[in-house]
Design a protein around this ligand. Structure first.
Ligand code: DP6
Length: 360
């Protein structure tokens, strides 16, 4: 069993006065959803995700060594070169949570400059990619301070730290298919960090994810609030049982390369997530009329053509269309002719499964 102790770093072999590093981390889309958590950021059920490629956050961090340790941790955040004070509370919570594992941070002033490849107001949650990119920069500093750390430990701790910023960020470190959360079917998986799962058939390693931007605004109810509503949810217990069963079933489907079974399970997971929102107290609906229109059209198209187009949803109105690369030509035409019109300002993002963090 993994425990937090293994991630505490007390070694500062080298003293570094100034260090700047830049990392790019992708977003990810869950296939089996993480919905419901225990403190701090421990999932109530295991999840599986596709790591994306084009939707990324790039973050530069400059660490300047302080003459003496202050009582508070000095940091600043810029987005696209401009001060971004609205990001500060989330980053402060993140740093406070990771300090027991990264005590060396207390010696530094931290300047963060970040930017997303996708439009800031696109309704796409940027916390996963943002927190993973920031954690990667911090782990790069740790590597400078302790050069004997190997890449495997650096990657694992990066995922571990990312989790404290946002649960789903833990899955944005590696790719193309990632698992997070304990389950007897994957004895190597952990609640504390995510790992790559490499047994999937090749067809799933080049899958497309086209994101239809149905609503580019901020969500009415944040994921963090949604997770909390699972605490007293009348269906929570059954949902966790269902998610665990779907996790195991999806591993087999991915291994076999069975796209028909994949479609059925992925859509069931997406709609089960939204069913939890609709039956929370208070109840809420994040899907829009256009979300439903797209779902109906996707199902009709699949029935008529036999092509493997399916959808999933995160905690919002946007629709992620998943399909194999070898069917992309025809499906992209259908998206252009029949689905783009349901997007706000006709905007969508063509993305695909990717490999995770990149040092810039
Ligand atoms: C529906 O990771 O955004 O996208 O841990 O509170 O930051 P916090 O929540 P977050 O929740 C993600 C929920 C989801 C499903 C998923 O990504 O597994």
């Amino acid at each position: 069993m993994d425990n937090n102790q293994q991630f505490i770093s007390n070694v500062e072999i080298k003293e570094i006065s100034s260090f700047k590093t830049t990392w790019s981390a992708p977003s990810n889309i869950a296939l089996v959803k993480y919905w419901g958590k225990k403190e701090i950021q421990i999932p109530c059920n295991p999840s599986i995700s596709f790591t994306l490629d084009h939707c990324r956050t790039t973050t530069s961090v400059r660490f300047e060594r302080l003459a003496e340790q202050p009582d508070y941790l000095p940091f600043s955040v810029h987005y696209d070169g401009k001060p971004a004070t609205s990001f500060e509370p989330k980053i402060k919570t993140f740093i406070d949570r990771i300090l027991p594992y990264t005590p060396y941070l207390k010696n530094y002033n931290i300047q963060i400059d970040t930017i997303n490849s996708f439009p800031h107001s696109s309704g796409i949650a940027s916390s996963a990619s943002a927190m993973a990119a920031l954690a990667a920069a911090i782990m790069d500093l740790e590597k400078q301070l302790n050069p004997s750390m190997n890449l495997e430990d650096q990657t694992k701790k990066c995922s571990f730290l990312s989790r404290f910023g946002s649960g789903s960020a833990t899955r944005s470190v590696e790719g193309p298919i990632v698992i997070w959360g304990e389950h007897e079917a994957t004895p190597q998986s952990s609640d504390l960090f995510a790992i790559c799962w490499s047994n999937a058939a090749d067809v799933f390693k080049s899958y497309r994810d086209t994101i239809l931007l149905v609503d580019k605004g901020q969500k009415e109810v944040s994921s963090t609030v949604g997770h909390k509503l699972m605490n007293n949810h009348p269906f929570a217990k059954n949902r966790f049982v269902q998610a665990k069963a779907n996790y195991k079933a999806l591993l087999t489907i991915l291994e076999k390369g069975n796209m028909d079974e994949f479609n059925d399970l992925i859509e069931l997971e997406a709609l089960s997530l939204h069913a939890m929102m609709m039956t929370s107290s208070p109840s809420y609906i994040l899907m829009h009329t256009n979300t439903i229109q797209i779902i109906q059209k996707v199902r009709k198209y699949r029935k008529e053509t036999g092509l493997h187009l399916t959808f999933t949803l995160d905690a919002g109105a946007n629709v992620h269309l998943l399909y194999p690369a070898h069917e992309a030509k025809k499906i992209d035409q259908f998206i252009e002719s029949d689905l783009r019109k349901y997007c706000q300002d006709d905007e969508l993002i063509y993305d695909r499964v990717g490999t995770g963090l990149k040092k810039v």
